[in-house]
Design a protein around this ligand. Structure first.
Ligand SMILES: *[C@@H]1O[C@H](CO)[C@@H](O)[C@H](O)[C@H]1NC(C)=O
Ligand SMILES: *[C@@H]1O[C@H](CO)[C@@H](O)[C@H](O)[C@H]1NC(C)=O
Ligand SMILES: *[C@@H]1O[C@H](CO)[C@@H](O)[C@H](O)[C@H]1NC(C)=O
Ligand SMILES: *[C@@H]1O[C@H](CO)[C@@H](O)[C@H](O)[C@H]1NC(C)=O
Ligand SMILES: *[C@@H]1O[C@H](CO)[C@@H](O)[C@H](O)[C@H]1NC(C)=O
Length: 239
């Protein structure tokens, strides 16, 4: 056994590099409904006819197969139905040692970890490698919808802001002096049929104070959307 290994090591030239797969980017961000291309590169191969490329999504579970290309052909019967019409391998790029997965009409649920596996036939058998790539699909739909409503109390009105998007934002209410009023707000969250979050937040404020109030929606510490109420001007618009 040892002898065989030593013998092989001697026979293989030192330059015979290992077959490797690499990625251009380890993470991609894209918007809902857009298209995206996830790119893997691989070592030079002698012939494309011996090439196997498999793209699958390994997280979230269960794993789903996204695309399989074997011996010059697409093998669609392995593909999960949710990807069947939307996933393509750009075959022209295989010549340039690139296994490019195109995903069309992105859905929120396409987010996750994708794995690209490339295998080639060599003298002994199959040699292969893989890499994992993260895809995040985000969405911010419409501008914030704001509203002012009467409450039971004569002295107060309810300001409300409605956000639709993904991921779930943090809410921040402030007044014209940048005072944090979030603690006084109430919110409710629903899922839309496109897996977006519909978040409505309300803040009861005094009618008689001339103030400006701003509701902001943040993700990763950045304000993505905001709307300002100018009191009392908004009373004329809404009440
Ligand atoms: C997929 O289709 C190919 C031919 O197109 C066939 O050889 C193979 O057995 C099929 N595999 C499965 C799992 O159905
Ligand atoms: C505002 O207050 C809320 C709690 O009331 C807190 O969670 C949040 O971190 C505060 N935000 C800022 C920007 O101070
Ligand atoms: C909504 O309010 C609840 C309870 O106060 C809080 O736990 C949750 O984080 C809030 N949701 C958002 C999106 O801020
Ligand atoms: C979002 O939720 C609010 C109240 O919870 C509802 O009135 C509104 O119709 C919802 N919007 C969408 C687009 O689902
Ligand atoms: C509210 O904002 C408007 C427009 O930015 C400004 O003219 C006004 O002075 C502000 N009012 C208060 C009470 O801060």
């Amino acid at each position: 056994m040892m002898l065989v290994l030593v013998f092989q090591a001697l026979l293989w030239p030192a330059v015979s590099a290992l077959f490797t797969v690499d990625m251009e980017q380890s993470a991609y961000e894209a918007r809902l409904h857009e298209d995206i291309q996830l790119v893997c590169t691989f070592s030079q191969v002698k012939s494309l006819s011996d090439l196997h490329v498999i793209w699958r999504r390994i997280d979230p579970k269960p794993e789903e197969e996204v695309y399989r290309y074997m011996r010059g052909r697409k093998m669609q019967n392995f593909t999960d139905p949710q990807f069947r019409e939307r996933a393509h391998l750009i075959q022209e790029q295989l010549n340039q040692n690139r296994a490019v997965l195109q995903l069309k009409k992105l859905r929120i649920k396409d987010s996750g970890i994708y794995q690209c596996i490339v295998k080639v036939k060599d003298d002994g058998g199959y040699d292969g490698d893989y890499k994992d790539i993260k895809l995040s699909v985000t969405a911010i739909h419409n501008p914030v919808k704001k509203n002012v409503q009467k409450t039971e109390s004569k002295d107060e009105v309810d300001l409300s802001c409605e956000f639709e998007g993904y991921p779930l934002p943090q809410i921040l209410w402030s007044d014209g002096q940048n005072k944090n009023l979030t603690g006084k707000s109430r919110n409710s969250t629903q899922s839309t049929n496109e897996d977006l979050f519909n978040v409505t937040t309300r803040l009861a404020v005094r009618r008689d104070l001339w103030r400006n109030y701003t509701c902001s929606f943040l993700t990763e510490g950045r304000v993505r959307q905001a709307a300002t109420f100018i009191i009392p001007r908004e009373f004329d618009i809404y009440l």
